[in-house]
Design a binder for this molecule. Structure first.
Ligand SMILES: NC(=O)c1ccc[n+]([C@@H]2O[C@H](COP(=O)([O-])OP(=O)(O)OC[C@H]3O[C@@H](n4cnc5c(N)ncnc54)[C@H](OP(=O)(O)O)[C@@H]3O)[C@@H](O)[C@H]2O)c1
Length: 424
């Protein structure tokens, strides 16, 4: 009797890989109905074959060639992470005629152009829903559902670890305590560097910008900073002003090209992203025909990510050739607009001398560069004063120029704290 099973390969059998295998088993009947036959993992690549895991006998291997050279395997899910040897493995899989589904944001944000070109050359697919916001189907929405739209912007909370920490800080915890709690609950890795410094979010925004605007944006085009230097006092001032602080990834289509960035940002409490708490992610998409939609959900987790991986495997099985919008012709090359020319509102907290005329001097500097003030809070105690100013949107370069001039006035006592603020 002919075996109608579709065999897939896994690169990696960790949190996500083992969940892919388990979900394929748990949902076997439904998946078989949709795919026209059973779908099963034939081989999974690991480093340490001795480690105890729940895989069926004969599935695990440490030999990449066992997957690459198996003619029964047509689709491979890359859930091992890292840049090398992963990048090389993908190129070898494409050359062997296999389509790949990847959850690896750093790899795609750095080497996407090379990998897509190679996949196209070999007439196979590279899909990557799981690389951005795990369970939230934002890649599919941007690539397929929004094709009738001119996408104007993407704004999102795309890192759950930092959102969890910021939610805890809004409740009065210090950054250090909130990070320790996130690690205790398994939201933050043992080494959380890429989450808290914004690099993880920057990779996701590079991928989203590329597909939103059909242009190549790499992580090097995305200026970012993280939340490590935020202080509880800023969360408190933000709340007083009617904002929450969130790590916001933004990608915009501007007259001169595209701009993408990741920064801790003040979000008005009435804004759709302000209500996204804890480890959840959310992405707002603005398009010419749809106005605005917000997708919200869990942005990480083994099952959540595996769900997106399996969805992509099914899409590969359900389409042929190079699939939706993968081909090079989909992309153009838009210039990347320097961040200094991108407009933003700002929150500026200054530790200043408590003496007459200081606020007037600062207001004059801002007026000189044509930046208008939205609100001011002044608190004085023990000969020191905290001055918090929020501004209306203006080109960022102009704001930083003003801060340079304020520094040279000689009235500040510490480094200013500067955060971007979304318009109310
Ligand atoms: N976990 C999440 O919530 C999540 C969410 C979104 C995206 N992702 C992405 O999904 C991917 C996998 O994440 P994960 O959490 O499942 O990682 P993980 O638990 O560390 O698993 C990685 C797996 O890959 C194998 N592996 C790593 N390097 C290898 C190499 N050089 N050769 C052979 N095998 C290798 C490991 O083998 P051993 O087990 O033998 O060490 C392990 O089985 C990453 O790209 C990650 O960014 C994860």
């Amino acid at each position: 009797m002919t075996d109608l099973t579709t065999s897939i390969g896994l690169l990696g059998y960790g949190t996500v890989g083992s969940a892919v295998d388990r979900l394929l088993n748990d949902r076997a009947e439904d998946i078989a109905r949709v795919a026209g036959g059973p779908v099963a993992v034939r081989h999974a690549l690991v480093r340490d074959i001795e480690r105890r895991r729940d895989a069926r006998d004969g599935v695990l291997t440490t030999d990449f060639a066992a997957i690459r050279d198996d003619p029964a395997i047509g689709v491979v899910a890359e859930v091992m992470g890292g840049i090398e040897p992963t990048r090389g493995y993908l190129l070898e899989l494409f050359a062997a005629g296999k389509s790949v589904v990847s959850a690896n944001k750093q790899l795609l944000a750095r080497h996407g152009a090379e990998l897509f070109a190679a996949a196209e050359r070999h007439r196979v697919q590279l899909r990557f829903e799981a690389s951005v916001c795990a369970a939230i189907p934002v890649v599919k929405v941007l690539r397929e559902s929004m094709i009738a739209n001119d996408v104007a912007g993407v704004l999102g909370i795309v890192n759950g670890t930092t959102n969890f920490i910021l939610s805890a800080m809004a409740g009065g915890q210090t950054y250090g305590d909130a990070l320790a709690r996130a690690q205790e609950l398994g939201y933050a890795e043992a080494d959380p560097t890429e989450d808290v410094n914004g690099a993880d979010a920057a990779a996701k925004i590079a991928i989203l910008a590329s597909i939103a605007f059909h242009t190549r944006v790499t992580i090097d085009d995305v200026p970012f900073n993280g939340i490590e230097d935020l202080e509880a006092v800023d969360a408190a001032f933000a709340a007083e002003l009617g904002y929450k602080i969130k790590l916001i990834g933004s990608a915009q289509r501007l007259p001169g090209g595209v701009a993408a960035s990741v920064h801790p940002t003040l979000v008005p409490t009435s804004h759709a992203l302000a209500g996204v708490e804890g480890s959840f992610n959310a992405v707002m998409l603005r398009g010419s025909a749809i106005r605005e939609i917000t997708l919200v959900g869990p942005g990480a987790g083994g099952d959540e990510t595996a769900s997106a991986v399996i969805g992509d495997v099914m899409s590969v099985l359900g389409t042929s050739g190079t699939g939706f919008f993968q081909s090079d012709g989909y992309f153009r090359q838009l210039p990347v607009v320097p961040e200094s020319e991108v407009e933003s509102g700002f929150y500026l907290r200054l530790d200043v001398l408590d003496q007459p005329g200081v606020l007037a001097q600062i207001a004059r500097v801002l007026a000189d560069v044509d930046i208008s003030i939205e609100s001011v809070i002044q608190r004085a105690a023990d000969g020191r004063a905290q001055l918090v100013v929020t501004t209306h949107p203006a080109p960022e370069g102009r704001f930083f120029d003003a801060v340079g001039r304020i520094r040279s006035l000689g009235v500040t006592r510490a480094e200013p704290t500067m955060l971007r603020a979304l318009p109310r």
